[in-house]
Design a protein around this ligand. Sequence first.
Ligand SMILES: Cc1cc2nc3c(=O)[nH]c(=O)nc-3n(C[C@H](O)[C@H](O)[C@H](O)COP(=O)(O)OP(=O)(O)OC[C@H]3O[C@@H](n4cnc5c(N)ncnc54)[C@H](O)[C@@H]3O)c2cc1C
Length: 503
Amino acid sequence: MAEAQEYDREFDVVVVGSGGGALTGALLAQRAGLSTVVVEKTGLLGGTSAYSGGACWLPGSQVQQRAGIGDSTEGARTYLAAVLEDPDQELVEAFLARSPELVAELEEAGIPFEWLPFSEYYDAPGRVAMGRSIQPANIKRGDVAPEVAELVRPPVERDRLGEGGRNTLSGGQALIARLLDGFVRAGGAVLTELPVTGLVLDGERVAGVAAMTPEGPVQVRARRGVIVAAGGFEGNAEARAAHGVPGDVAWTMAPRGTNTGEPIAAAVAIGAAADYRGVGWFCPGLEQPDGGGSFTLGFRSGLMVDQRGQRYGNESLPYDRFGRIMAEAPERIPSWFVFDSREGGRLPAIAMPEGDPAEHLAAGTWVRADTVAGLAERIGVPADALVATVERFNRFCAGGADEDFGRGVDEYDTFFTGGAGPTPCDQAPFYAARFVLSDLGTKGGLVTDAAGRVLRPDGSAIRGLYAAGNSAASVFGPRYPGPGAPLGSAMVFASLAVRAIVG
Ligand SMILES: Cc1cc2nc3c(=O)[nH]c(=O)nc-3n(C[C@H](O)[C@H](O)[C@H](O)COP(=O)(O)OP(=O)(O)OC[C@H]3O[C@@H](n4cnc5c(N)ncnc54)[C@H](O)[C@@H]3O)c2cc1C
C-alpha cells in the first residue's frame, strides 16, 4: 500500500497515525466523500489501540439501550461531574452529545457493537452497575479484506515475540480491523512506514505533512485538513522528563518504536498550545525479564509492598488509580507483589502478557521461597517488616475487612474475584514478582476545542489542523473514568474533527 509514487500526493484529509481515533476519523471522512489517507510510521496499523481490549466508553448510545442497562447521557454527565477535576465543560458536553451519534453512525457503517460488562473506576453518582462500556463485535480474519488482515498489529503478547495475529479478531484487534476494512472498502488510502516529521504550512493554514522515506523527505498535501491522532510521547524519554511523566520508556505499553511525539512537537513548533496536566493513563506493570513492563489488573489475591516491605494502597483499585499511588514515592518503584501458591505458581492477576513463570524465576523478576522471611531476604526487603505486613493482611482477610485500604469492598474490586473479599497469602511456597510503573500512553498534548481544532495559546484555531486521542490533551484530564475512556474520547474527537472539516 505504500507505493513510492503515492508520496508527494494530495488528498482532502491526511490522518496521522492509525489507532482507534485515527481510523474512526479516516472512515468517516472517506464515507463523507473526502479523499482520505492514513499515514502510519510503522509497517503495521493500530498502535496501542490494536493491543487494547477494544472497550469504548461511549455513553448513552443505542448499544447500552439495547442491552437494557441503566445508562444515559444524563447519567454519564452526573458521573463525569463527580469524577473529573476542573474539566473544560465545553469539551465534556461535546463528548456527551457526540458519543451516541457516533455509535449510531459506526453501526450504520457496518460496525456492530455490544455491551461489555466491566465495572467503572469510581464509586460516584451516575455510575452504572457493571459498567456502560461497549466494544465492537469479534470478526474473523477471513471476513476482512486480505490486505487489512495483514496490516493489523497483532495482540501485545504475540507482537512482542514477533508473531502474527489470531484468526478471530477481538477487542482492539476487531476495532482496528473493522474500521480499516470499512475505510479501505470505501476507497481510503494507507501509507505505511512513513513517519510524519513536520507540518506543511500554506500561509497560516496547515496544508499537509512532511514525512521521511528511506529515499528522503516527502510531503503529503491536505486540501481540507490534517488530523493528528498519532498517540502520545510515551516512547520518548526526553519528552517524558520534560513534561513530568513518571515511569520509563522501557515500561510503556505502546508498541516498540511507535509513539515518540513528533507530530505533537510539529504542531507546537507552528504555534499550537499544549497542556500536559493529564500526564498519562497509568497501571502497575509486571516487569519482564527483558526489562519491559506488562499492564496488570484484576489482582485476585496477594499483596503489593514497597521496598520497605509496607503495603501502600488497595491493590484492587482500578489500575490508573493504583499506578498514580505507585508514582507518589520512589520506594514504590519497583515494588514487589507477594503471592502464594493457591494458583499453582501463576500470578493471581491478568497480566498482558504474563510471561513464563520459569523464565521469570530464572531472570529474578520473580523469586520463590518456602517462607515469607526467606522471600524477604531474597528480594532485599527487611524480613521483620514483610512478615508483619503479610500477617496483618492475613488477619484482615480472616476478619473480612481490609482495615488499612478497604480492599474488596467496591464493585470493581470484586469484579475480578467472583465477589470474594481479600484472600489470605498463606500457602507456601511464596512468590514475589517485581512491579514497575507502566502506562497505556501519555495523555497530555495538543489543546483542542469542541470541534477537535487545535488551538493556539490565545485560543484561536490553527486552520486545517485537528487532533485526537493521546496526541491531544485529554477531555478527562488526569482522571480515567472507566473502561474505554482512552478509545471512546479518541474516537469522538476524531469524528468531531471530521464534522468540522466537512463543514
Ligand atoms: C493491553 C492494553 C489494553 C487496553 N485496553 C483498552 C481498552 O479496552 N479501551 C481503551 O479505551 N483503552 C485501552 N487501552 C489504552 C489504549 O489502547 C490507548 O491509550 C489508546 O489506544 C491510544 O490511542 P492513540 O490513537 O492515541 O494511539 P495509538 O493507538 O498508539 O496509535 C498511534 C499510532 O500513531 C503512529 N505514529 C506515531 N508517531 C507517528 C508519526 N510521527 N507519523 C505517523 N504515525 C505515527 C504509531 O505508530 C501508532 O500506530 C489499553 C492499552 C493496553 C496496552
